[in-house]
Design a protein around this ligand. Structure first.
Ligand code: PLP
Length: 393
């Protein structure tokens, strides 16, 4: 088998053959696992992108992306360009009024977005739906923020009537509302415009609420789909305060990472100057991965708006087609409009393991990401229909 690790003189100095074999074995395992992966929303077709020679540098974007630090091996300029790309995508009219960063993951973006909300409204209660990602209540636990979970509709989006009831129960306390653009299990889109309407009607104007949109997967899908309704679009043209997304999902990077954009006023509120850094302490992590910045930057400017628009449309159409084929099993199958996620009854353990399916409460899902081939989908449909034929209903 061909492999990426040269057994050249420089590698020999630090890795003997036994160690090298362990790494080659690991590489082989990755190749095999990628071939049949269907369960998680990871875009595995990101291509080479950043020149490998940059791996020879410790690239650390210490401190605030707009200020930099004493450490010179940084790529804060590229980070700001990548963030500006997202700002344009997410409807920021005047980029100077916004702030953004490339961080460790979508989870970090959620924790930090909710922190910005907590600092804006220290006495606020966090409201999220039952289908919100577990990082949302985790963010509240870490920060000791009181939480109210409201019901979701069967398709996975927040139930606005339940939101109204929850707001009425807050006895006037301010609120941090965490909405989702593409829920983890069902790929549902919360009605952002509808939720803002409910907040307004309940007397929660912009000075008594903070709205964070968790768009880990679909904040990089919905903006590219012309047919998606305005109400579910993650955009600062609506009165929301922050949006986060993951880098290793639709964007496509070889390491977990993420991005957060927030209104600058919220970040100015928490910024503290740190002399040691020559920077402002505006991010959760002190050291931030410059290689992640390079990867996201290369994807935004290399793959480009057209590439992502093509991916979003093609993956959403192929997800609908997968759902249609699985319905031949006679079992319930869900694919929300504009989603890449197809939900079905959890199949047998062998299938779950082969396709690395994420399962929850008797349901499983496949996510049609850009690297998923027609051949893989065909094999999956055949296996699922076979399993369904023989499994007890
Ligand atoms: C809706 C949602 N939010 C947040 C996350 C967490 O993202 P990350 O893995 O980048 O931390 C996920 C992960 O699947 C998700 O589906």
């Amino acid at each position: 088998m061909t492999h990426a690790f040269p057994r050249g003189p420089s590698l020999h100095r630090s890795l003997n053959d036994e160690l090298l074999d362990r790494l080659l074995e690991t590489e082989g395992r990755m190749r095999a696992a990628h071939q049949t992966h269907l369960g998680y929303p990871y875009n595995l077709s990101f291509g080479p992108g950043v020149p490998a020679t940059l791996q020879h540098f410790l690239i650390n974007n210490l401190g605030d992306p707009y200020v930099g630090s004493h450490y010179a091996s940084e790529v804060c300029g590229l980070e700001r360009e990548a963030v500006s790309w997202l700002m344009r995508l997410w409807g920021c009219q005047t980029t100077g009024d916004y702030w953004g960063t490339i961080g460790a993951s979508g989870t970090e973006g959620n924790i930090w977005g909710i922190y910005l909300g907590r600092e804006a409204l220290p006495d606020a209660v966090l409201i999220h739906s039952a289908d919100a990602h577990y990082s949302i209540p985790k963010a509240a636990r870490i920060q000791r923020i009181e939480t109210v979970e409201v019901a979701s509709k069967p398709q996975g989006e927040i139930d606005l009537a339940a939101l109204e009831v929850a707001l009425a129960g807050l006895a006037g306390r301010p609120v941090i509302l965490a909405l989702t653009c593409g829920t983890t299990m069902k790929g549902a889109h919360d009605d952002i415009a509808g939720a803002l309407g409910v907040l307004d009607a309940a007397g929660y104007g912009p000075d008594r609420r903070y709205v964070h949109v968790d768009g880990a997967l679909n904040a990089m899908v919905i903006p590219f789909l012309n047919g998606a309704p305005n109400a579910i679009r993650p955009t600062f043209e609506m009165d929301i305060d922050s949006i986060s997304t993951s880098g290793h999902k639709m964007i496509g990077t070889p390491m977990p990472c993420g991005a957060l954009v927030a209104r600058r006023v919220h970040v100015d509120r928490i910024a503290r100057a740190v002399a040691y850094l020559k920077s402002n302490d505006t991010t959760l992590m002190g050291s931030r991965n410059g290689h992640a910045v390079l990867s996201i930057w290369a994807r935004f400017f290399g793959h480009g708006y057209g590439g992502f628009a093509h991916d979003a449309l093609s993956c959403s159409l192929r997800a609908q087609s997968l759902a249609e084929q699985l319905r031949a099993s006679g079992r319930p199958v869900l694919c929300n409009p504009h989603a890449l996620t197809v939900v079905f009854d959890e199949p047998g353990a062998e299938m779950v393991s082969r396709y690395q399916l994420a399962c929850n409460k008797g349901l499983a899902h496949a996510i049609v990401m850009p690297n998923v081939t027609d051949d893989l989908l065909d094999r999956f449909v055949t296996d699922y229909l076979n399993w369904s034929r023989w499994a007890k209903v």
